[in-house]
Design a protein around this ligand. Structure first.
Ligand code: GLN
Length: 303
């Protein structure tokens, strides 16, 4: 298949949607991003890389980081993770507090903020440096040693992070946070502030297309664990729009409020698309459309 031609066709088709939606502004540093950006990259499991538009421009990965912290924690902790976080879609916005009280401080899944905070807490306990371990993993898998945090975004999010602070303290009251809440929040905000391009992230999610095997050949996850992460991405990766995303795109995917979305085609490739304009659920308008077009044009999906 001529992947470059497909990406070019997708980019042309979504052009009218670029700039639609709203750039996230509850983290003020993200509101400064140009809404006219669009990029898309595809990295095959055997190392080929294709891209279109702004595919080499770094953006704020935000919640896409949650896939990698989950994988890094699962690799160290195995099934014990699932005692502290569920694997069911929440049907609620990513930063919602309401379900947590009914469900005794156990978040529905690792991809809403509450669940991601629990995972960061666990990774911090297991490694002593959750954000550092994450940055190192992304540098190695992407092949980009310059991949780094954005301190302005991290500081902006910390200043305006009242909801995340509320979630973390609330879970701590149920005994579901092991470290001091301030440390967990700090690592979480820095993890979300990582800047990476579509090229970086398409490569970095390759281990999920290779059933748990890293770019260098060593194994991060068992085949079964890679299946678990992909399955949770499919059912929970785009929050309360996960059903619509599965219906339209048919791939495991994970979005972030920076406007990025990664998606995985097992045995074949990692994909990443970026455009900052978000829909009401916090997913990139042009990004979801691009992935929808991609799978429709190519017939490549998990179904
Ligand atoms: N850092 C963001 C937050 O915690 C991540 C949310 C997202 O990308 N959906 O609110």
């Amino acid at each position: 298949m001529d992947y470059q031609a497909v990406l070019d066709e997708v980019a042309t088709a979504v052009r009218p949607l670029i700039g639609q939606g709203r750039v996230a502004n509850y983290i003020p540093a993200l509101a400064a991003v140009d809404p006219g950006r669009f990029g898309m990259a595809l990295a095959t499991v055997d190392g080929q890389l294709f891209g279109v538009g702004d595919w080499r421009v770094p953006f704020s990965i935000q919640s896409i980081s949650k896939v990698f912290t989950l994988a890094l924690t699962l690799a160290r902790d195995g099934d014990a993770v699932w005692r502290r976080v569920g694997k069911e879609p929440s049907g609620n916005p990513f930063n919602s507090l309401v379900q947590l009280e009914y469900e005794q401080g156990i978040p529905r899944n690792p991809f809403i903020n509450a669940g991601a905070l629990v995972i960061t807490d666990r990774l911090l306990r297991l490694t002593g440096d959750a954000r550092g371990v994450l940055r190192e993993f992304l540098r190695v898998e992407s092949g980009n040693p310059a991949l780094d945090f954005d301190p302005v975004v991290a500081a902006s999010e910390a200043t305006h992070g009242h909801r995340n602070a509320a979630l973390a303290h609330f879970m701590a009251s149920y005994g579901n946070i092991e470290n001091p809440v301030a440390d967990v929040l700090d690592h979480y905000f820095w993890q979300c502030s990582l800047s990476a391009s579509c090229a970086d992230l398409a490569r970095a999610c390759g281990f999920l297309a290779r059933h748990g095997q890293r770019a260098g050949g060593e194994r991060l996850l068992t085949r079964s664990q890679a299946k678990q992460v992909n399955a949770v991405m499919l059912t929970c990766g785009t929050y309360d729009a996960a059903g619509d995303f599965a219906y339209r795109v048919g791939l495991p995917g994970k979005s972030g409020v920076g406007g990025g979305i990664i998606a995985v085609i097992p045995n074949l490739c990692g994909l990443c698309v970026w455009s900052p304009g978000l829909d009401a659920r916090g997913n990139s308008v042009a990004g979801v459309e691009a992935l929808d077009r991609f799978t429709t044009l190519t017939g490549l999906s998990v179904f």
